[in-house]
Design a protein around this ligand. Structure first.
Ligand SMILES: [Zn+2]
Length: 73
């Protein structure tokens, strides 16, 4: 009987944002990943904050690494 693993899903939820992830609004490096029923959106720290009020009600998940931005400076 085949082993069905949920690792892929867990990995998706936990995976860190990288320099290759870009804000959907301005193209800057993304530090916020919003999971919606329809898919994912990536935002930079600026747009993550900007859209938070708008999307917080419908977002299934909110992955915010903007703290990392502070650490880097
Ligand atoms: Zn942006």
């Amino acid at each position: 009987m085949p082993q069905i693993t949920t690792d892929a899903v867990d990995e998706l939820d936990d995976r860190a944002l990288t320099a290759l992830d870009r804000c959907d609004s301005c193209g800057a490096q993304a530090y916020v990943r919003v999971t919606l029923a329809s898919g994912e959106l990536l935002f930079c720290a600026h747009h993550g904050t900007k859209f938070k009020d708008k999307l917080a009600g419908t977002a299934l998940g909110w992955h915010d690494e903007s703290d990392r931005l502070q650490d880097a400076r």
